[in-house]
Write a protein that binds this ligand. Structure first.
Ligand code: GLU
Length: 474
């Protein structure tokens, strides 16, 4: 494309980054990056009650966690209110907008009447042609668009195709409220124009707004940006994704132990595909992203699929990077503080890093990873869970006493020589390997299941391992 592409993500602060919003941001970002363009961030913070600093921070935090960045500083819509007023003044001067002095009751009555007559509830244009001299005293007017009454408005949408809306269905809607605040419809158009937005990519729930906004762009003589209205995300039952399906905020997925790269990959595949590719690196996604490959039907959120994808990314991510994500997870996890505290000791961090290859093979999420790593920081003497308790019979404790001797004299404290020594002991005693490994696992981890037993020995080191064995064997 010859034109320099500018997209924007324009969330309203609601207190968190909704998963649907995250996917909208991702599509804007992929489209912009694919075309070497820009993605801008505009915070639609005109609802002052909801637009607290915390709510804005939560949006930025969600985007940052997902690894999505934007060009330039975030734009505050509220801060542009003077410019919005200026544009409305210009429209009044040009005759493309007019003052309407109807009271809210009159407008309601109008709508009722239309409804009763089987017409869509629309403003009837009472003040469209009336002169200001007829204005009732002491009434602050709203300002309405003088919309065309004939013809149709066309939205040539990159995803939805050619959408035609008869102008009679789009009434003279309000641009500025009687208290002088601009409506969402007006503010979005002015901001998109002033920010040089070439492509508006957002949820299909904004499609009817698109027609109204097109009318404003045209009334101002401005180019209408290209639009792409992407399908919504549904829950597994086919209804619009909501709280009852489970978490809807990006931060909740972080708390459930998902990796940002898995989340990104999963969200990208919600509504967009590239052949049969399920696993896509960021580079691939940027290279392959095409708006015309975005489907029209709603995508269903499949929690199982996300979990499997996450498991893949856990295994595929190198240990140092995974450790970073683990710490981020712990920072936000309810019971993460003591673990982080333990990890703040460099020796312990090294231990965690040594254990990671074994841990990540089995865990689908960072929650599972933390649980199976917990043997690392639990203090001697370890509490045993029920399964471990069952394993630790008198016979098992005898085996532990023997193993204490065997493991005191291994030539080198590394997985292979440890395995060789334990196997040799089992053979010598004519015991199945499980008979030896299970008591060892119970003693070292206090659990009946754990990562590979040699990985556990290596991660704990000789001294701590022998100590734990001693606690149970003595
Ligand atoms: N602020 C709107 C929302 O959060 C989006 C507006 C737009 O993308 O045009 O739904």
């Amino acid at each position: 494309m010859a034109q320099d592409i500018v997209t924007r993500f324009a969330p309203s602060p609601t207190g968190f980054l909704h998963i649907g919003g995250a996917r909208t941001a991702l599509f804007n970002w992929l489209f912009a990056r694919h075309h070497n363009g820009k993605m801008l961030l505009r915070i639609e913070d005109t609802d002052r009650a909801r637009s607290t600093q915390e709510a804005v921070d939560a949006l930025i935090d969600g985007l940052t966690w997902l690894g999505l960045d934007w060009d330039g500083e975030p734009v505050s819509q509220f801060s542009r209110v003077d410019r919005h007023r200026q544009v409305v003044d210009q429209m009044l001067a040009d005759g493309t907008a007019y003052r309407c002095y109807c009271s809210p009751e009159e407008v309601d009555a109008m709508r009722e009447k239309a409804r009763a007559e089987g017409r869509p509830p629309r403003y009837d244009g009472t003040w469209r042609e009336r002169s200001a001299s007829e204005a009732p005293e002491g009434v602050a007017p709203v300002i309405r668009l003088k919309a065309p009454r004939e013809g149709e408005t066309v939205v040539d949408d990159m995803v939805q195709g050619r959408v035609v809306i008869p102008n009679k269905d789009l009434d003279d809607f309000v641009l500025m409220r009687s208290d002088g605040t601009p409506t969402y419809m007006l503010a979005v158009v002015v901001d998109d124009h002033d920010m040089g937005v070439t492509h508006i990519i957002r949820g299909v729930d904004h499609l009817t707004n698109a027609a109204r906004q097109t009318l404003i762009f045209k009334a101002l003589g401005w180019d209408v940006p290209q639009m792409a209205h992407i399908p919504l995300i549904h829950g597994p039952d086919g209804a619009k994704l909501s709280k009852r399906h489970g978490a809807t905020g990006a931060e909740a997925y972080r708390a459930m132990g998902y990796l940002p790269q898995a989340m990104r990959n999963y969200l990208a595949r919600l509504g967009w595909s590239h052949g049969d590719e399920e696993i896509m690196s960021l580079e691939d996604m940027i290279k392959w992203f095409r708006m015309d490959a975005v489907g029209q039907s709603a995508a269903r959120f499949d929690f199982k699929k996300l979990e499997n994808l996450n498991g893949h990314y856990m295994r595929a991510t190198n240990d140092a990077e995974l450790l970073g994500h683990w710490k981020t997870y712990l920072t936000h996890a309810e019971d993460g503080a003591p673990v982080l505290q333990w990890m703040s000791n460099p020796d312990n961090e090294k231990t965690a890093l040594t254990a990671l290859p074994g841990l990540k093979e089995r865990a689908k999420t960072l929650v599972e990873l933390t649980e199976s790593a917990s043997y690392l920081w639990r203090q001697r003497p370890l509490d045993s869970d029920e399964k471990a308790e069952k394993i630790l019979t008198d016979e098992a404790r005898q085996i532990l006493r023997d193993l204490h001797g065997v493991l005191s004299t291994v030539p080198e404290w590394a997985a292979e020589p440890l395995e060789t020594s334990v196997k040799a002991y089992a053979e010598q005693k004519d015991l199945k390997l499980g008979k030896v490994a299970q008591p060892l696992r119970a003693a070292l981890t206090g659990r009946g299941t754990s990562p590979g037993i040699y990985d556990v020995l290596v991660a704990l080191g000789q001294e701590e391992s022998l100590g734990r064995i001693d606690d149970q064997g003595a």
